[in-house]
Ligand binder design. Structure first.
Ligand code: PMP
Length: 428
């Protein structure tokens, strides 16, 4: 980059030349020029702790990933129509992280493309159209993935669910239909999924293994097992969207679906898979892949190119070499303890939940009624930004602070966030 526009010129040029539906974070947007580990730096060299970017999974601009990309880009970049060691090696390494029979890969360029392909696989395999999704879910920005994303189609500018999409209640133990006061929440929330599957025999049931846009919601025990059983009994396949939560972030397991004791038929991946390099993947069973081999070639110009495979391999190497899954487990548990202690002192925090380094802090105006308090959540985000900490809000009521930092995030960083939050809440 040779040009260096003034802050105001940047805003004006953006307004003139970029689609106005793109958003910017914060009342006063940041110009970030560099990233390293769990930190981002602005033009003046001020460091910001990145508490929310789960894309740069092993750390911003990780040198090992950067050099793998640069080395391969300097040698060759083609497509999957040539034999290439990197392609099969990456497919072998990635599938090795999955239980059988998930052993076949397709490489794509984003989480959206992964979910698009998952829908096509499910539809071809079952010969059906209908899809069951969870309320408030987001699965991508394309036509078909917006159609299965209530987060979009039931919000501003949305046009509701198309006839082939059936929405089950979000299994939210804090704010949902059935709450933490009752037992057997997983089975109860699977009930509506089973009813929909019986009424509208689906091609697929798609769910994130922890709900992200839905409000950082940890699924109640037994939910996916019961929902998957019902969907399979009705002849549908089960898609786990691991775009946000995969690759060791949950700490106890490499994939978040493993925390629910299930094996999906199709798993979709994106965001962290290339540490910022635009790529995605779908992993499925040989039976589904064989059914998809119906004479129509699947070709994706950029999916699985040698540079992307080099990036993906480097990410897997770094997760292993730096023990990042274990680190997420330990740091996440410590973080949850700190946040729960904060909740004990501040009634504005209604709930703290998460697995590993995927955490939600829900703000309420009243603990008993659990009335959402989006104003306090966004005020906290702005106040912490002033302290050099980047977070954001999500959930249907925009009252949940989401925490999903690059995995090198450490105990010192936990302290920075919990003491800044504590100060903010005490000063109100
Ligand atoms: N699935 C989930 C759960 C997501 O959160 C997202 C992106 N926020 C996507 C799919 C789509 O991924 P992408 O933006 O890479 O297309």
């Amino acid at each position: 980059m040779h040009t260096n526009h003034s802050y105001n010129d940047l805003l004006a040029l953006r307004r003139r030349h970029l689609g106005p539906s793109l958003s910017l974070s914060y009342r006063e947007p940041l110009k970030i020029v560099r990233g390293r580990g769990q930190y981002l730096y602005d033009e003046a060299g001020r460091a910001y702790l990145d508490g929310v970017n789960n894309v740069c999974h092993v750390g911003h601009s990780h040198p090992r990933v950067v050099s793998a990309i640069a080395e391969q880009a300097g040698r060759l970049n083609t497509n999957t129509r040539y034999l290439h060691d990197g392609l099969v090696e990456y497919a072998r390494r990635l599938t090795a992280t999955f239980p059988e029979p998930l052993s076949v890969c397709y490489f794509v360029c984003s989480g959206t493309e992964a979910n698009e392909l998952a829908l096509r696989l499910a539809r071809t395999y079952t010969g059906r159209q209908d899809v069951i999704a969870l309320d408030h879910a987001y699965h991508g920005n394309s036509a078909a993935t917006i159609d299965i994303s209530p987060y979009k189609f039931n919000s501003r500018g949305g046009r509701g669910a198309p006839p082939w999409v059936h929405i089950a209640p979000a299994p939210d133990p804090y704010r949902g239909l059935y709450r933490d006061t009752s037992t057997d929440l997983g089975a109860r929330y699977a009930g509506p999924v089973a009813a929909l599957a019986a009424a509208h025999p689906p091609a697929a049931f798609i769910a994130e293994s922890i709900l992200s846009c839905g409000g950082q919601i940890v699924l109640p025990d037994g939910f996916l097992a019961a929902a998957y059983a019902a969907v399979r009994a009705a002849g549908g396949v089960c898609i786990a969207d691991e775009v946000q939560v995969g690759f060791g972030r949950v700490g106890s397991h490499f994939w978040a679906f493993e925390t629910q004791g299930v094996v999906p038929d199709i798993v979709t991946m994106g965001k962290p898979i290339g540490n910022g390099h635009p790529m995605g993947a779908v992993v499925t069973t040989p039976a589904i892949a064989d059914a998809f081999n119906n004479g129509m070639e699947y070709f994706n110009t950029f999916g699985g190119n040698p540079v992307s495979c080099a990036a993906g391999l480097a990410v897997l190497d770094v997760i292993e070499a730096e023990g990042l899954q274990q680190h997420a487990l330990e740091t996440g548990a410590y973080f949850l303890d700190e946040l729960r202690a904060l909740k004990d002192r501040h009634p504005a925090i209604g709930d703290v939940r998460g697995l590993g380094l995927f955490i939600g802090v829900e703000f309420v105006a009243d603990r008993v009624t659990r009335t959402p308090d989006p104003a306090t959540a966004s005020a906290a985000v702005e106040a912490l930004k002033q302290e050099g900490i980047l977070l954001s809000t999500d959930g249907p009521d925009h009252n949940v602070i989401k925490i999903k930092p690059p995995l090198p995030f450490d105990r010192g960083n936990v302290h920075s966030i919990s003491s800044a939050l504590s100060q903010f809440l005490s000063a109100r």
